[in-house]
Write a protein that binds this ligand. Sequence first.
Ligand code: CU
Length: 108
Amino acid sequence: MRQKIQAVFLSLMLALVAVPVPAHEAHHGGSAVTAGGEGVLKGVDAEARAVTLSHEPIPELRWPAMTMDLPLRDADLVSGFETGDGVRFTLEQVGETDYEIIDLQLLD
Ligand SMILES: [Cu+2]
């Protein structure tokens, strides 16, 4: 009984010491994949944290020009933005083929 308690205590200690590493950062050796581009907002949904974006080609990702839905890291990124706005954006890879907008600026 005493040994079992010690074993449980030890595994708890190890769990506290182990620092979880985000899966995609481990996969990419700690450097997040980011890319930027320009486009026009075709739809803005702050509540759903998403936009529809008609973007120019993004050579870094080998993406052609297209219109697509993209999630926002933070709903605040689109506060003051509306459909039809020209934007410069930064994407970060969050999954094997998934990207998220982490920065959004109005084009003048
Ligand atoms: Cu696209």
